[in-house]
Design a protein around this ligand. Structure first.
Ligand SMILES: Nc1ncnc2c1ncn2[C@@H]1O[C@H](COP(=O)(O)OP(=O)(O)OP(=O)(O)O)[C@@H](O)[C@H]1O
Ligand SMILES: [Mg+2]
Length: 350
């Protein structure tokens, strides 16, 4: 180890970072400051040169509006890195935007970043390397549902069972946690993105109209639900798509009942998956969970009626977190601020 390495390794940086590297959104938080970046995981690239033109919101706005010379890419699929170089470029951009080193002798940040439970060792390694390449002095990996549970202030270190269902863009992660560790977990590659796809397919078959992924997502967030709305009124919204027959632009009114019908199959697949994971739990932890309830988190958890539907289907109380979109990054930040947690709960690969 050279002098600078030795010097750097022992020093806490005043901008150590937590990153939720998600399929849909990337969040960055800084110790002592909180969340500084919350943007879509999208990168706009110039095709001929592979140059990165924009990341985050700016790049997402280019989807479906990009001239042929550019492409807007999601570098993560199903919670894991699909395009390594583009992920690294996106991370670099966010990391440098999040914290500028004031002095050249200031150490690079230590970074805690989350990975899905189902990630293979190769996939974990890729996240680790990308984080180092993008500017971390040290990288620590934590499993996403553990971070979510910590961010939501569940009693993860206590000898009681806590259960988390995190529905993101790419994956649904289910975990049962006790005594600071994950006891049982599983990851299903079906979450918010799949809901958007099924809505688009359903409307194509029902109304003969083609819509893009962004429109499908807007429909889901605005009028999507899995149970009738609590006020008893259905919703509708006007969208524009492309007529399948004439290929001309066409405006249609979408009904919330139709969106609900489209969402039934993917949601029921999730329910089955959650039930199966719960069945693997030992009886003591199972009775804790029946008492404590299940934390529903991640953006997909915000779908209207999903908490009530899961409560009915699982026969266990399910409550949706008010901070569903930020629990993971806040949990990663907590790990950074708790040296014992940094040693214990993480896979630290370097
Ligand atoms: N109010 C809402 N109702 C329904 N879905 C929503 C709502 N808000 C956000 N979403 C969906 O949540 C998903 C994004 O959630 P989140 O940011 O937790 O995912 P992620 O962490 O990037 O993905 P992953 O954890 O799978 O890698 C998107 O599919 C988005 O459409
Ligand atoms: Mg996530």
């Amino acid at each position: 180890m050279g002098f600078m390495d030795w010097f750097n390794s022992g020093m806490a940086s005043n901008y150590d970072m937590a990153i939720d590297l998600g399929t849909a959104n990337t969040l960055v938080a800084i110790a002592g400051e909180g969340i500084v970046i919350n943007e879509p995981s999208v990168v706009a690239i110039e095709k001929s040169t592979h140059r990165v033109l924009a990341v985050g919101h700016e790049a997402k706005n280019m989807i479906n509006h990009t001239p042929d010379a550019f492409s807007a890419e999601h570098p993560l699929h199903d919670g894991v890195i699909a395009d390594y170089d583009v992920t690294e470029a996106m991370l670099s951009a966010f990391i440098s935007r999040a914290g500028q080193r004031k002095y050249p002798w200031q150490p690079k940040p230590r970074i805690v970043v989350c990975i899905p439970c189902g990630a293979t060792s190769v996939e974990k390694r890729a996240v680790f390397e990308a984080t180092i390449q993008a500017g971390a002095r040290q990288a620590y990996l934590i499993e996403e549902p553990m971070a979510a549970a910590m961010g939501a202030d569940l009693p993860v270190t206590e000898p009681t069972g806590s259960m988390v269902v995190d529905i993101g863009g790419g994956t649904t992660e289910v975990a049962i946690i006790s005594l600071g560790g994950i006891v049982t977990s599983s990851s299903l590659r079906l979450a918010g993105n799949r809901m958007d796809e099924t809505i688009a397919m359903y409307l194509r078959d029902l109304l003969g109209i083609k819509i893009g992924e962004r429109t499908a997502e807007v429909i889901k967030i605005k009028i999507g639900s899995i149970l009738p709305f609590e006020d008893g009124r259905e919703r509708d919204m006007i969208i524009s798509g492309q007529d399948m027959m004439t290929e001309q632009p066409k405006e249609v009114t979408i009904q919330s009942e139709d969106v609900r019908a489209a969402l039934q199959a993917p949601i029921d697949e999730m329910v089955l998956h959650i039930k199966e994971t719960f069945k693997k739990t030992n009886p003591d932890l199972a009775s804790d969970i029946i008492q404590n309830g299940i934390l529903l988190t991640g953006g997909g958890g915000l779908l209207s009626g999903l908490d009530r539907y899961l409560t009915q289907q699982l026969e266990i109380p399910v409550w949706v977190s008010e901070t569903a979109l930020t629990n993971v990054v806040m949990g990663c930040l907590k790990v950074l601020e708790t040296p014992t947690a940094l040693k214990q709960t993480l896979m630290r690969t370097r």
